[in-house]
Design a protein around this ligand. Structure first.
Ligand code: SAM
Ligand code: DTB
Ligand code: SF4
Length: 318
């Protein structure tokens, strides 16, 4: 059936119709597609490290690292190579297969990019997959990171084009699309998703997923973040969405982008194990493990392993 083809011409109406399906039908469709392209009982584990924290000039209203909001985040400059290697070794020992480095930059300078290239080479030497999220990149910077061996670049669209102006004013949607094109052209894998639970409508959630699915190529990795409400940010106190709405988002993402790995990303501390189990049924194939995301808490590694055990899920080799 047409849902199984890789399409790039999805409409928001089609996505809305999927969201509106009875949950059992939606889950059955999503799980059927999931099984056609992915191992049904395996979940990939990534680990995050904030390599540069806080003081970011951007005004993303959800973010505890923006200089515009008083969030009490512990700021630090780019970490030294030894600290990053130690964290990567720890992540590998715990079973992570991908190590993601995040920096609170609008866009790195060329000199900062060179330093991150050194970090990438050192993490690659540990035989971990590498991912970085550093803000907007020029073509040259994307090429340099690719040459250093960076496997994935994370750069999110965050929300629908219509809701975007409510969330960020210091960079445009097009800026984001441009960086994604540079990452693609440099030959890296694209990790691109967004955030839900920022007071947006279901139509905005459908709009975000359609934007992702209609990129020239589907992102290999699609993080679906539930807003982690950070005190001091304008989004603190935003209307939350129900766990089942998150499940629906994952299912719709799975149907729109059959081969992409959908990551149940930030916000798992607000989801019960039962809700997370439904997310895996809906097609989530990756999570972040470790006590911290970038600056906010994440379930403990042991509790995640206990959850996997109960669900019969195996951490995926890669
Ligand atoms: N500064 C770079 C940038 O934004 O391009 C990279 C790091 S930034 C923290 C990476 C992504 O984390 C953002 O695009 C956003 O989607 C996500 N994020 C940030 N704060 C979040 C929050 N409070 N809850 C959920 N996701 C969040
Ligand atoms: C993504 O989509 N989610 C991760 C990663 N990319 C960098 C980050 C979520 C950050 C959550 C807020 C924090 O811990 O600061
Ligand atoms: Fe800066 Fe990234 Fe946070 Fe936006 S999401 S304020 S760009 S660190």
């Amino acid at each position: 059936m047409s849902e199984q083809r890789t399409r790039h011409d999805w409409t928001v109406d089609e996505a809305m119709a999927l969201f509106a399906r009875p949950l059992n039908d939606l889950l059955f469709a999503a799980q059927s597609i999931h099984r056609a392209h992915h191992a049904p009982n395996a979940v990939q584990i990534s680990t995050l490290l904030s390599i540069k924290t806080g003081g970011c000039p951007e005004d993303c209203k959800y973010c505890p690292q923006s200089v515009h909001y008083d969030t009490g985040v512990d700021m630090h400059n780019l970490l030294p190579l030894e600290d990053v290697v130690t964290a990567a070794e720890r992540a590998r020992a715990a079973g992570a297969t991908r190590f993601c480095m995040g920096a609170a930059w609008r866009s790195p300078t060329n000199s900062q990019t060179r330093k991150v290239c050194e970090l990438v080479r050192a993490v690659k030497d540990l035989e971990l997959e590498t991912c970085a999220t550093l803000g907007m990149l020029t073509e040259e910077q994307a090429r340099a990171l690719a040459e250093a061996g960076l496997d994935y670049y994370n750069h999110n669209l965050d929300t629908s084009p219509e809701h975007y102006g409510e969330v960020i004013t210091t960079r445009t949607y097009q800026d984001r699309l441009d960086t994604l094109a540079h990452v693609r052209d440099a030959g890296m894998k694209v990790c691109c998703g967004g955030i839900v639970g920022m007071g947006e409508s279901r139509k905005d959630r459908a709009g975000l997923l359609v934007q992702l699915a209609n990129l020239p190529e589907h992102p290999e990795s699609v993080p679906i973040n539930n807003l982690v409400q950070a005190q001091g940010t304008p989004m603190y106190g935003a209307e939350t969405i129900s766990p089942l709405e998150t499940v629906r988002c994952i299912a719709v993402a799975r149907i729109l982008m059959p081969r992409s790995v959908i990551r149940l990303s930030a916000g798992r501390t607000d989801l019960s194990e039962e809700a997370q189990a439904l997310c895996f049924l809906a097609g989530a194939g990756s999570i972040f493990c470790g006590d911290r995301l970038l600056t906010t808490p994440n379930p403990s590694f042991d509790s995640d392993m206990a959850m996997f055990d109960e669900l019969g899920i195996a951490p995926q080799a890669s």
